[in-house]
Design a protein around this ligand. Structure first.
Ligand SMILES: Cc1ncc(COP(=O)(O)O)c(C=O)c1O
Length: 452
């Protein structure tokens, strides 16, 4: 075991230190080689050292280098050194984080991270938190709490009696709602098509002046950080309106809430702490390994009730916080450990510096591309940049040639009718030099397609 782990550590270190010189996308040949991992399942055991060598020799070249400094697709973070190392140790511990009695360390670390997260993001300090796979499940869990609370107020117990015959719930979303919210509504039996949709402005912000009348049967799903533009719905107005009407506000914030750690970006989030539930990603901007997200609910009881299992004689209930009561799953890995390592290694100032650096780098991209004559379609308020290289066909060609070039990786989108390339700067490892090199590749390719 000891030699195997030492050899694996050496291989992993080689991978990590080699990413900077690799093409961001694996070659077609590397992908084709993956067939070596298949074939019929061997009849007998394989030597662990040999299979590890095979996995590294064949698997590593077929990875997408999302941990390096030049991956700008979707919204994908890398992994901070302390967090990766903590992930290894946690792997060796193999703790089941469901219950205190199964893992005192996992339970304690979750409690610490809950407090640190609420403090960092300016959320109510007594909120409940569940450690889930990402924002999709955090949206699901937060909206489950909302559904439970609203129906409880109406005298209905949705956990016992389900939705058949239940009082109606209204769900309000913005025009640029993220699909994961709609997916969560689908899974919760609230329906993705019966939502009331509020128009958005040119940056994708829900227009508070166009909100419908709210009441105590309404859930308003607002967004903090649009996946395309990075824009924030006006939390102050939305939460004030909801408060008056006793409506529930859920905040979908995969990455935007991390802006709260910087005085430069916190004003964009003004009022967001007045909501009732929040969905946050950690595998994006906190730069911990996949998968990791947090659901936060102002009144923990709603989250606990919504996700409770009923009872089984063999399950323990201690005096303190039981992790399983705040997540949809039972057995799960101890995600809190990597969060603890990330937060502790950066500290408040390190986290602020990382967020500010990525936002500054998004500005740098915008400046370089605009100076070269291309159109930036959004106000670059955070870490997201949308750029058009001319006609929709030109832009699509630039994206596809850039992806093939391998210097960096960006994906595409259609933003309010305009075909665009998305640049998301979310990785701790990105340097200004990475940005300059990537911007130069974009400009070179775009000019080769459509000389300016
Ligand atoms: C605003 C928003 N919500 C939800 C999600 C989904 O997050 P996850 O993939 O972690 O489930 C994203 C992903 O980018 C997002 O930007």
């Amino acid at each position: 075991m000891k030699e195997l782990l030492a050899e694996t550590a050496a291989r992993a270190a080689r991978y990590v230190t080699g990413v900077d010189s690799r093409s961001v996308m694996p070659s077609a040949d590397a992908i084709a080689q993956l067939r070596a991992l298949g074939g019929p399942l061997p009849e007998g055991p394989s030597d662990p050292a040999q299979l590890l060598a095979l996995l590294d020799d064949v698997g590593s070249p077929a990875t997408v280098v999302t941990t390096g400094g030049r991956y700008f697709g979707f919204v994908i973070g890398g992994t901070l050194p302390a967090s990766l190392a903590a992930n290894w140790l946690a792997g060796a511990w193999d703790q089941n984080a469901a219950m205190q009695v199964m893992s005192p360390v996992a339970a304690k670390v979750e409690e610490i991270v809950r407090e640190w997260t609420l403090d960092l993001l300016g959320l109510p300090p007594n909120s409940g938190a569940g450690f889930v796979t990402g924002t999709t499940m955090a949206n699901f869990s937060g909206l489950a709490a909302a559904r439970s609370a609203i129906l409880q107020r109406a005298g209905w117990n949705v956990e016992d009696d389900g939705l058949f015959g239940a009082p109606a719930i209204r769900v309000v979303v913005g025009q640029e709602v993220h699909v994961s919210v709609l997916r969560a509504l689908t899974m919760l039996g609230l329906g993705r098509s019966r939502v009331i949709t509020v128009p958005a402005d040119g940056q994708g912000r829900m227009r508070a002046d166009a909100l419908p009348a709210l009441d105590q049967h309404t859930i308003v799903c607002m967004q903090a950080g649009n996946v395309n533009t990075g824009a924030f719905d006006p939390a102050k107005e939305i939460c004030a309106r909801a408060r008056e009407a006793r409506a529930w506000v859920h905040v979908d914030s995969a990455f935007g809430l991390w802006g709260a750690v910087s005085p430069l970006y916190a004003p964009l989030l003004d009022g967001v702490g007045d909501a009732d539930s929040w969905a946050i990603d950690c595998h994006k901007w906190l730069n911990v390994p996949y998968d990791s997200g947090i659901v936060v609910v102002r009144e923990p009881e709603h989250l606990r009730r919504a996700l409770s299992w009923g009872s089984a004689a063999y399950l323990t209930q201690s005096a303190g916080r039981e992790p399983w009561q705040f997540t949809p799953d039972a057995s799960r890995r101890a995600r809190g450990i990597e969060l603890w390592a990330a937060m502790r290694s950066l500290g408040r100032s390190g986290l602020r510096e990382m967020i500010e650096r990525n936002c500054h780098q998004a500005q740098l991209f915008a400046q370089r591309l605009q100076a070269a004559g291309f159109t930036v379609l959004n106000d670059v308020v955070l870490n997201q940049v949308l750029v058009s290289f001319g006609t929709p066909e030109d832009t699509r060609r630039v994206i596809s040639e850039l992806q093939a070039d391998g210097t960096c990786w960006c994906g595409g989108t259609v933003w309010q009718g305009h075909t665009a390339m998305r640049i998301s700067v979310s990785c701790w490892a990105t340097t200004d030099e990475d940005v300059e090199r990537s911007a130069a590749a974009m400009i070179r390719i775009a000019r080769s397609i459509r000389p300016i």
